[in-house]
Design a protein around this ligand. Structure first.
Ligand code: PMP
Length: 505
């Protein structure tokens, strides 16, 4: 028999391909088409992989027992209620073969996740409308792509409840396992690990045994299992995703759109010709997804959602697109950091790397410099805060350098003197394009001088700081604020020239 290709799931194009299509930098593409978390979880760090890497030449003979146990604990079940797979898609395909080979499959709601239909095609099954007549019923709860909640039908076929987005709804069918329901869950959505490809099935032990016996011996990689274990062992907080969903929904209504009530991390907006809007949003870098009868947009974080709203206003109301954040990422074996920076901004700042004091210091600097800065990520804090502080300043400096471009039309010089109780700090800055640091910080709380050196090298600025006092925290705080205020002056608009008789900085 010569196999022919089947009609199969199609991934949308990559950022690079989409960016090329509309002449943008791939970094300015923001995806609202994947229903994934807007950032990786703090637990997804190189250190979480160290053990798995040390043993990567081996198979995990225990089939990731600690992960299966953690999943069981998370749901208050036993380990023999859990089967692991490479994403919940693995189970969607497998269960179609198990329960509906050449048979019938229904989905609830009828308009639901496309994978059920492809799984039916793979199993040679027919998709039928009436769940009461189907061998297998996929219940997508809450539903993709509409975001709605539905009832589980009372039918005789095998019921599979796909709870990919259950954390956003707070509703689950765990109490129905005893009557033979199979539940599918994933680490791809609320846990923020879509790229790791880990999902699981929950069911009665005899069903789990039947499922596991039809899987490849170990379809999840040890690296992915390590990331999943770290994620499920940390507290999960979807509250900001939920409040952003409600805010975005309200803002969309003010634009004359009518998103459906959502129990997920995305919104479905009924409309005619959604493809047209998808095409109109793409040149701004916003990637959305058209479905029959509507547009689906994933909810990201506040900055990203504001960007989508700006792009929608530009398209629908013809308003000019306001200046957007520069997006920049820096990854090393020690730190993973992402920056969104807007110069000038309105002092909207949040720095969150876990390096408490220096997060606060960089926030002070950015606030007093009049920037909008969101710097987030994780570092190897178990080795102390040295790498994290250094890299956060370097990442900020590199982003600032990029945001300043040719430094045209800026004042270039700035100076500020800031008291902090008994301490006093004096900073003079030149956006010179050359890295020179002349620092006298006394006493230095630990990394103040090094933090400024890291900034100077990457932002290519000249910086003189003198700061002294009794209390090292006050000295540091005065110094960071003084540098911020000096930067605010240097960044002020001053005509359209490069402030150098050489003509360039
Ligand atoms: N079920 C639903 C309803 C989904 O939307 C998705 C992701 N698109 C999946 C399952 C598949 O998730 P996974 O990454 O775990 O394969």
């Amino acid at each position: 028999m010569k196999p022919v290709p089947l009609e199969a799931y199609q991934w949308p194009p990559s950022n690079e391909v989409l960016a090329r299509r509309v002449g943008l930098d791939p970094r300015s593409i923001v995806r609202f088409d994947g229903n994934v978390a807007s950032a990786p979880p703090p637990s997804a760090r190189p250190a979480a992989l160290a053990r798995a890497l040390a043993d990567v030449n081996e198979y995990d003979r225990g089939r990731y027992l600690p992960l299966r146990e953690a999943i069981a604990r998370y749901h208050d079940l036993e380990v023999d209620n859990v089967a692991l797979g490479a994403g919940s898609d693995e189970f969607i395909v497998l269960l179609a073969h198990m329960f509906a080979e050449e048979g019938t499959i229904a989905t609830v709601p009828a308009y639901s996740y496309s994978m059920y239909r492809y799984a039916a095609i793979m199993a040679g099954a027919t998709v039928v409308e009436d769940p009461a007549t189907a061998d297998l019923v996929y219940v997508c709860r809450p539903n993709n792509p509409t975001g709605e909640m539905c009832e589980i039908p009372d039918v005789s076929g095998q019921i599979v409840v796909d709870e990919a987005y259950a954390q956003y709804s707070g509703v689950d069918a765990l109490d129905q396992l005893d009557r033979g329901v199979i539940i599918l869950r994933t680490f791809s959505k609320a846990f923020g690990l879509a790229g790791a490809r880990v999902g699981y099935a929950l069911a009665k032990p005899e069903l789990i045994e039947a499922i596991s016996s039809r899987q490849a011996p170990l379809s999840v990689s040890s690296l992915s299992a390590a990331l999943a274990l770290a994620a499920i062992s940390s507290p999960l907080d979807v509250s900001s995703a939920l409040s952003e969903r409600d805010r975005l929904s309200g803002e969309l209504e003010t634009l004359g759109l009518a998103p459906l009530r959502s129990y997920t991390n995305f919104l479905f907006i009924p409309m005619d010709e959604p493809e047209k809007l998808v095409d109109q949003l793409l040149p701004y870098g916003a990637v959305t997804r058209a479905y029959p009868g509507g547009l689906r947009v994933s909810v990201r974080d506040d900055i990203d959602n504001d960007f989508l709203l700006d792009a929608l206003r530009a398209v629908l109301l013809d308003t000019p697109m306001p200046p957007q954040y520069l997006r920049y990422e820096r990854h090393t074996a020690e730190t993973l950091l992402s920056v969104r920076l807007r110069v000038p901004g309105q002092g909207r700042v949040l720095v969150n790397t876990g390096a408490g004091f220096y997060d606060h210091m960089l926030q002070q600097l950015a606030f007093h410099a009049g920037l909008d800065l969101r710097l987030e990520g994780v570092g190897d804090l178990e080795t102390g805060d040295h790498h994290t502080v250094e890299d956060m300043m370097r990442t900020f400096g590199e982003a600032l350098d990029q945001a300043l471009g040719d430094r045209k039309g800026l004042t270039r010089y700035g100076e500020a003197r800031v008291p902090m109780d008994e301490a006093i700090a004096h900073a003079v800055v030149d956006l010179s394009g050359r890295a020179t640091a002349n620092l006298s910080i006394s006493p230095d709380e630990g990394m103040v001088a090094h933090a400024f050196e890291s900034l100077v090298q990457t932002a290519r600025i000249t910086l003189h700081v003198t700061a002294s006092g009794e209390n090292a925290h006050h000295v540091a705080e005065g110094a960071f604020k003084a540098v911020g205020r000096a930067l605010a002056q240097a960044l002020k608009k001053d005509g359209s020239l490069v402030r150098s008789t050489k003509g360039s900085l």
